[in-house]
Write a protein that binds this ligand. Structure first.
Ligand code: PEP
Ligand code: MN
Length: 359
């Protein structure tokens, strides 16, 4: 059984180190996590009957608890407060709502910069774009690889936006690390455990999408794979699952948002685009996710979707994305959350935006 050692607020760095050393000495793997008020140390592995008592006696220790969930470091038992990640100065999680937007794939410099500029102007805080595309058909456009990553990095720097892109192969983790600010693990790779272990060894945030037929516990276990390697910067994303419904591409499981948030301290996002499969349905799903308390949404936007090489039918037009951002802002306020606009937490626009903001 795994344990959590909760340190007193008054515990010193030496007290924490002593516990970490002792946990390792007892044959368990220590996972310290520094909270706002106190440090907690996960002790993962098979413990002997006396371990709990022994740890409880160390200076600075408040209490030692048993973690009952199969996912340990991802659980609320391990970390009661919402985890808030700092991604290049942008806070993600807790009451902060962030919108990730951009094209499905990086197709050309022109389109990436055009769409990037449009989503930035509308208030999105993180830029998306796929360079490695996991396609259902081996004959479909597979992405522009390293060349795409170079363009993404350039666009992120120019637009002052952190970037996210999918990594599909453990051998590409190094190159994606070099060019992007966040790793996206796609739905089809949610249980590619070697890939999860590889990104877990890095210090960049990992955005894990729920598999097409994965349960909520499966998703939590995938997050656990990353956390187990020492990378505590994980976001989970509900992107729709397979059901008997034929009207939409996938069925967005809205209940996954509160359920995941109840079980885990990690930020939860929703992806209305891949669930809907059609652009007209994207706003309703996006707003439902934000109303359910999601920490953000990842939305595909394209300036000429009829020419898109990937996922054109679900891409929202830039003008409609402006309207969607306004609505997201209103819905977020109702549930006590605040949208990060232009990478800053503010409620007033820094400059006028086409369409204007409802204030
Ligand atoms: C994507 O974000 O473009 C994508 C392929 O998503 P998913 O893995 O959820 O299908
Ligand atoms: Mn896509």
């Amino acid at each position: 059984m795994d344990l959590i050692v909760v340190m007193k607020a008054s515990a010193t760095a030496d007290d924490v180190q002593r516990v970490v050393d002792r946990v390792a000495e007892l044959g368990l793997v220590p996972h310290p996590s520094k909270g706002e008020f106190r440090t907690i140390i996960g002790a993962i592995g098979e413990k002997s009957p006396e371990t709990q008592d022994q740890l409880e006696q160390l200076p600075g220790v408040d209490e030692v608890m048993v973690i009952t969930q199969p996912y340990k470091l991802a659980s609320r038992e391990f970390h009661e407060a919402d985890t808030i990640l700092d991604i290049k100065g942008i806070r993600v999680g807790g009451p902060h709502v962030n919108i990730i937007a951009g094209p499905c794939a990086i197709e050309s410099r022109e389109i990436l910069f055009e769409v990037g500029r449009a989503v930035k102007d509308a208030g999105a805080s993180i830029l998306r774009g796929g360079a490695f595309k996991p396609r259902s058909s081996p004959y479909s456009f597979q992405g522009r690889g390293r060349e795409g990553l170079e363009l993404l990095k350039e666009a992120g720097a120019e637009l002052e936006m952190p970037t996210i892109t999918e990594v599909v192969d453990p051998r590409d983790v190094e190159v994606v690390y070099e060019y992007a600010d966040m790793f996206q693990i796609g739905a089809r790779n949610m249980q590619n455990f070697n890939l999860l272990l590889e990104v877990g060894k890095t210090d960049k945030p990992v955005f894990i999408k729920r598999g097409l037929a994965a349960t909520i516990s499966d998703l939590l276990m995938s997050a656990e794979y990353v956390l187990s390697q020492g990378n505590h910067r994980v976001i989970m994303c509900e992107r729709g699952i397979r059901t008997f419904s034929e009207e939409v591409r996938f069925t967005l499981d809205i209940s996954a948002v509160p359920v995941l948030q109840e079980r885990s301290h990690l930020p939860v996002f929703i992806d209305p685009s891949h669930a809907a499969g059609k652009r007209d349905l994207v706003p309703a799903l996006a707003l439902a996710g934000i109303a359910a308390g999601a920490a953000g949404a990842i939305v595909e936007v394209h300036s000429c979707p009829d020419r898109a090489l990937c996922d054109g039918p679900q891409a929202v037009l830039p003008g409609n994305f402006v309207t969607l951002m306004q609505q997201i802002r209103q819905v977020a306020e109702i549930v006590g959350h605040r949208v990060t606009l232009w990478g800053r937490e503010e409620t007033q626009p820094r400059r006028p935006v086409t369409g204007g903001w409802a204030t």
